[in-house]
Design a protein around this ligand. Structure first.
Ligand SMILES: Cc1cc2nc3c(=O)[nH]c(=O)nc-3n(C[C@H](O)[C@H](O)[C@H](O)COP(=O)(O)O)c2cc1C
Length: 199
């Protein structure tokens, strides 16, 4: 497993894809990005469990942990196809080779008193960020998607009203670097929220 451009074991991002940050941003954060070209290599059950465990340890409002992950792997073709089918055509085109698809959902109410949890999706996003970084640490990639049919997802996946639907996610390993989809990638453009708020 390569570690080009980083001192972090397992991180595979090539130097050209490392985010151009201020010094001292952790290589794991600099290495994460969202490919549209996944290889057919399977994600082991152990690694899948590890990235979900990383998600679980995110901070959350009232420690509610409102996130849930609907997970489909290619070893269950019917479940995988169901998740793939909810994606918009553009996302289906590239996500269909990823060995794992997920959908994040978030419980809209607080468990202890039933009050609305206005931070449910916020916290599900924090959990997904943990998952993405853990995937990066294991040499994998996770690509979030808003491009899916929300109503269809709710109906076909049986998501109860008490759960908000978040992002779809494709997870797996990068396809060969000779893949033209990868070589056409544009450089990263970070938006500097820090500069905007401090100057
Ligand atoms: C919630 C969310 C929704 C996204 N939706 C899509 C999508 O539908 N299709 C897509 O190709 N990329 C999607 N992306 C990927 C973003 O375009 C990508 O994260 C952004 O351009 C920054 O690039 P990077 O992740 O490589 O740093 C989404 C990302 C997030 C977090």
């Amino acid at each position: 497993m390569g570690s080009a451009g980083s001192a972090t074991p397992g991180v595979q991002t090539s130097p050209s894809k490392m985010a151009d940050t201020v010094p001292d941003v952790h290589p794991l954060i600099r290495s994460r990005w969202s490919p549209r070209s996944f290889s057919s290599r399977e994600v082991s059950a152990k690694d899948l469990r590890t990235i979900l465990e990383a998600a679980r340890w995110a901070a959350s409002s009232y420690n509610e942990q409102p996130w849930r992950f609907l997970v489909a792997t290619k070893s269950d073709p019917a479940a995988y196809q169901k998740l793939l089918n909810i994606l918009v055509e553009f996302n289906q085109q590239w996500a269909r080779t990823a060995p794992v698809l997920m959908l994040t959902v978030a419980k809209r109410t607080l468990t202890n008193n039933g009050a609305p949890n206005h931070h449910a999706l916020h916290d599900a996003g924090a959990a997904l960020a943990n998952l993405m970084l853990q995937a990066t640490a294991l040499g994998m990639y996770a690509h979030g998607m808003a491009g899916y049919d929300h109503e269809r997802a709710r109906e076909e996946l049986g998501i109860p009203d008490d759960y908000e639907v978040g992002a779809a996610v494709a997870i797996g390993y990068l396809d060969s670097p000779d893949n033209p989809v990868i070589s056409r990638l544009s450089p990263r453009h970070g938006r500097s929220g820090i500069r905007a708020s401090c100057e």
